[in-house]
Design a protein around this ligand. Structure first.
Ligand code: SAM
Length: 221
């Protein structure tokens, strides 16, 4: 997904009206970024923004923030954003390893992870966005009843994610290894760029929905 060396990408990040600048200053006050005070949901590794653009248009009563590490990729999401008539979608060029510096406890209603990088080498597993290290970060910023929704075609990464969730004491609320043939979980599904590419190759799409802790019992699915 990383597009290298797009001239002007970094400069665009500093002046584009849909990029949030100095995110640390919004910690605990993200609602002030948006005109409407309503729940905030984030996608980590949003890539070119297709998923989040559609989600934001479908749900004007939710605020969305797309987080992406690379300016060159985010540039494509910003091109889409410029064509959209909505006030509930912003983007952030940021590494999710630092999430706790920009979000306060309980500030996020839902986290979307779509086709996250697989980091195949064992020594890099803690960089996976569903590793126990990341789950601990999510647990701190999710509101009570808040969930993580994760999609991938990579069965190794999916198995790893289920194991990490179990070790971290997360509750799996829903799971499928063939999303597009699961009418219940596929209802309202928005295809991401990678999802379209890999399903056209014949790969099955896995999805899980999970939340921290097995005992809190107050989910809002
Ligand atoms: N979600 C998109 C999709 O499904 O089409 C893009 C998937 S792409 C394989 C993964 C994206 O996550 C890349 O754009 C990558 O730069 C981004 N990413 C990976 N690790 C990240 C991190 N720690 N923080 C923010 N973005 C990250």
């Amino acid at each position: 997904m990383r597009l290298r060396n797009i001239p002007g990408a970094k400069e665009e990040m500093l002046k584009n009206p849909f990029i949030v600048q100095e995110p640390e200053t919004h910690r605990g006050r993200w609602n002030e970024v948006y005109p409407n005070r309503q729940p905030l949901e984030i996608e980590i590794g949003c890539g070119k923004g297709r998923f989040l653009s559609e989600l934001a248009l479908r749900n004007p009563d939710i605020n969305y923030l797309g987080i992406e590490k690379f300016s060159s990729v985010l540039l494509r999401a910003l091109e889409k954003r410029a064509e959209m008539e909505c006030t509930n979608l912003y983007y952030l060029r940021f590494d999710a390893e630092e999430l706790e510096n920009i979000f306060d406890k309980g500030e996020i209603g839902k986290i979307y992870l779509n086709f996250s990088d697989p980091w195949p080498k064992a020594r890099h597993h803690k960089r996976r966005l569903t590793s126990r290290e990341f789950l601990a970060r999510y647990q701190k910023i999710l509101a009570p009843g808040g969930v993580v929704e994760f999609k991938t075609d990579n069965t190794g990464l999916f198995d790893f994610s289920l194991e990490e969730a179990e070790s971290a004491g997360w509750e799996i609320l829903a799971v499928t290894r063939d999303l597009h043939r699961n009418p219940e979980m596929n209802a309202g599904n928005i295809m991401t760029e990678y999802e379209e590419k890999f399903s056209l190759l014949g790969n099955r799409i896995c999805k899980l929905i999970m939340r921290p802790g097995k005992e809190d019992g107050k989910g809002t699915l």
